[in-house]
Design a protein around this ligand. Structure first.
Ligand SMILES: Nc1ncnc2c1ncn2[C@@H]1O[C@H](COP(=O)(O)OP(=O)(O)OP(=O)(O)O)[C@@H](O)[C@H]1O
Length: 265
């Protein structure tokens, strides 16, 4: 479904600030894989996601989605089949627009652009139903401007928007890291629901090792621009933080230097 081969990206090449962010990433996701991504600080997780989403192009290597080579496809075209939720709840929604307008915009993904975001009565009912499931009391606030919502409410709506039209690939970039633990848990539950209901192929970066173990059918760990651990199925189900750290240390020859991942509740 997603096929990444020998992906390489260096920032500021041939300068004193040169940074080799990706040093040959190979990764294949099957349809419906829910992969959690964890790694040391600066190991290239976000750079990998940015390359997949087309925020910038890699220097070398290839990215295929359902067999199509998207390596050098512009970001706005790729966005037709990639849903993405960022760490920052301010990204991903239009603050000045109403909840209904934002959802209507998301429902047009992949269709020709139009300046009209008006929704049919049917669509309004569908939006209300989706909002009701969030259990955040937003189902009767369709005309509320997104900018007035809390971070958790906003992130939940971003998640709905990213999955309203089934994306071929869902990218979650530490999308709960800026939320308080209770709200983060709610957004993670919603994530699990949307991913399993839509059988969505998903990559979720997290700083939280427990979440990386709890969610998904597969877990990868990155270190210095490479995937060094890749565990799925029963083996993943049986992983503990301790056994994961051991796997990491054996594969990378380094200690896991992301204490935040161990301490986060
Ligand atoms: N746009 C950029 N310009 C220059 N350097 C960058 C850029 N983006 C990332 N880097 C560098 O590339 C390396 C990998 O960064 P990246 O953000 O991909 O790591 P990460 O694994 O997501 O890190 P973290 O866990 O700290 O969020 C880092 O050294 C970072 O400073």
């Amino acid at each position: 479904m997603l096929e990444i081969k020998d992906l390489r990206k260096t920032f500021f090449p041939h300068t004193p600030n040169e940074k080799k962010a990706l040093r040959g990433v190979n990764l294949t996701l099957e349809e419906g894989d829910f992969v959690t991504v964890i790694g040391s600080n600066g190991s290239g997780k976000s750079t990998l996601m940015n390359c997949i989403a087309g925020v910038f192009f890699p220097d070398k290597g290839s990215i295929r989605i359902n067999g199509d080579d998207v390596t050098r496809m512009p970001e706005h075209i790729r966005a037709r089949y990639i849903g993405r939720v960022f760490q920052d709840p301010m990204k991903g929604t239009a603050a000045e627009m109403q909840i209904a307008e934002n959802l209507a915009m998301a429902s047009r993904r992949g269709k020709p652009l139009s300046l009209r975001w008006s929704s049919s009565a049917n669509q309004i009912e569908q939006f209300k139903e989706l909002l009701r499931e969030l259990d955040l009391g937003l189902e009767n606030r369709l005309e509320t401007r997104i900018g007035t919502l809390s971070g958790g409410q906003r992130q939940s709506i971003t998640l709905l928007m990213a999955t309203l039209v089934r994306p071929k690939l869902l990218l979650l970039d530490e999308h709960t890291a800026a939320l308080d633990p209770k709200t983060a848990e709610k957004v993670l539950e919603l994530t699990q629901k949307r991913v399993s209901e839509g059988h969505l192929t998903t990559l979720m970066i997290t700083h939280n090792m427990r979440d990386a173990l709890r969610f998904g059918n597969r877990l990868i760990m990155m270190h210095e621009g490479r995937v060094v651990v890749d565990v799925g199925g029963e083996k993943k189900k049986n992983l503990t933080i301790q056994s994961l750290l051991e796997l990491f240390e054996k594969a990378s020859g380094a200690e896991f230097d992301n204490p935040e991942a161990l301490l986060t509740p």
